[in-house]
Design a protein around this ligand. Structure first.
Ligand SMILES: Nc1nc2c(c(=O)[nH]1)N[C@H]1C(S)=C(S)[C@@H](COP(=O)(O)O)O[C@H]1N2
Ligand SMILES: [Mo]
Length: 395
């Protein structure tokens, strides 16, 4: 089995090493001022980065390259939409080097009418655009949350297509297959399998998923799944099947690797009053915020970060400095429901020395982002949504 991301994701498991202080130079930051509401996020010319002392001086995001995995340097987030070449890239069976010019999508299984659509037929369907941000289910503090991005996705809604095919009454599970294949060893048997993920029919019809062929107004790049990928707003990256070639409706749960073995969170839960070890497929994005950058200008210090969740409206994002009281950060109201939500906080009177900064987000249901200690025991590497304290040195 070739899994070029295993190592990366395994590293994400390991505890963060204690990194050396200072000495960091950020040569690669070219942060043009933006006209948008997000100008608060683009660094102004006189603004400088305050070094994180929990980040290695040599921390470098790998460049986008054929076949490669890519994560971004979260300190460089400077715009609402992540440029296509900075959006993280993950795939488990490698990237196809090319996709057939006559690529088509088939809808098969428990439907009244099986469908085959080439890209021209898909482009001829009604087009929608949605802002959706997501992270890999394996994103974590180890990579300073770099497996993340936010984009405007253009494509056609999934629901009308499923309705056109007509779901039979016993069709309860919808499986999405990409063209990429890998060898899997299952109980000592080696078999070839395609990347596949599934959703219950209710989610497939109601989660607002689209079949996307555009990213930020451009043709979807090959790395991000061209010519066609699924985008399920508010779900972890793994749901967004790239190089999509088949949608299959069946009467049973799909148990493929990325539903049944990997991207399965093992955690200790209260299951109706019983404490049980639960295994649950990674689906909707958990409520999470993280600080990614601290800057200094003539007017003082600014702390910036992002929020991701499943689309539930937010009540507040708050910052605590050195264990002090929670203070409200500014979250722009122009955020889309499923976009990431960038926030900033003007830090007054920062004194010289090392400081610990942490953010937390609260949604309208009163759900509060917890600390790592407060969360249920979780030995698996997926779904890292605890508060992430950061350390900075004020000179
Ligand atoms: N066909 C296919 N789709 C896939 C994957 C894959 O390995 N093969 N990886 C998934 C995972 S784990 C993630 S996190 C996202 C990453 O999407 P991106 O590379 O466009 O950021 O793609 C998902 N879609
Ligand atoms: Mo992922």
């Amino acid at each position: 089995m070739t899994d070029n991301n295993n190592k990366l994701l395994q590293e994400a498991d390991q505890e963060r090493r204690g990194f050396l202080k200072q000495g960091m130079t950020i040569g690669a930051l070219s942060l043009a001022a933006s006209q948008s509401l997000w100008s608060r996020f683009a660094m102004a010319a006189e603004e400088e980065l305050v070094p994180f002392t929990d980040m290695p001086p040599e921390f470098l995001a790998p460049p986008v390259a054929p076949g490669a995995t890519h994560y971004l340097d979260s300190r460089t987030i400077s715009s609402f939409y992540t440029p296509n070449d900075d959006f993280y890239i993950i795939q488990h069976y490698g990237q196809p080097t090319e996709v057939a010019a006559n690529h088509s999508l088939r809808v098969t299984g428990l439907v009244n009418k099986e469908l085959t659509l080439d890209m021209a037929a898909i482009r001829a369907l009604p087009k929608v655009e949605i802002d959706a941000g997501f992270e890999c289910g394996g994103n974590s503090p180890r990579l300073f949350q770099g497996l993340i991005g936010n984009a405007k996705w253009g494509g056609t809604p999934l629901k009308p297509l499923l309705e056109e095919a007509g779901i039979k009454t016993d069709g309860i599970e919808v499986v999405f297959y990409g063209i990429d294949k890998g060898e899997e060893t299952i109980r000592d048997v080696k078999v070839e399998q395609s990347f596949g993920r599934s959703m219950h029919i209710t989610d497939a019809l109601n989660a607002g998923a689209i079949l996307a062929y555009e990213m930020n107004g451009e043709a979807l790049p090959l790395y991000h799944g061209a010519p066609l990928r699924l985008v399920v707003p508010g779900w972890y990256g793994v749901a967004n099947v790239k190089w999509l070639s088949q949608i299959h409706v069946q009467d049973r749960r799909f148990m493929g690797r990325f539903m049944g073995r990997d991207y399965v969170t093992l955690s200790k839960q209260d299951i109706g009053g019983e404490v049980r070890w639960e295994e649950r497929s990674v689906t909707k994005i958990r409520l999470k915020s993280s600080i990614v950058r601290v800057t200094k200008s003539s007017s003082g210090h600014r702390i910036s970060g992002f929020v991701l969740n499943d689309g539930t409206p937010l009540r507040a994002v708050e910052i605590s400095i050195d264990g002090g009281p929670w203070q409200a950060a500014t979250v722009d109201t122009a955020n889309g429901q499923y976009s990431w939500k960038l926030f900033s906080y003007d830090w007054k009177g920062a004194s010289a020395g090392e400081h610990t900064l942490v953010s937390r987000v609260i949604d309208v249901n009163g759900q509060v982002q917890a600390t790592q200690e407060e969360l249920p025991e979780k030995p698996t590497r997926w779904e890292n949504y605890a508060q992430f304290p950061r350390k900075v040195m004020i000179g």
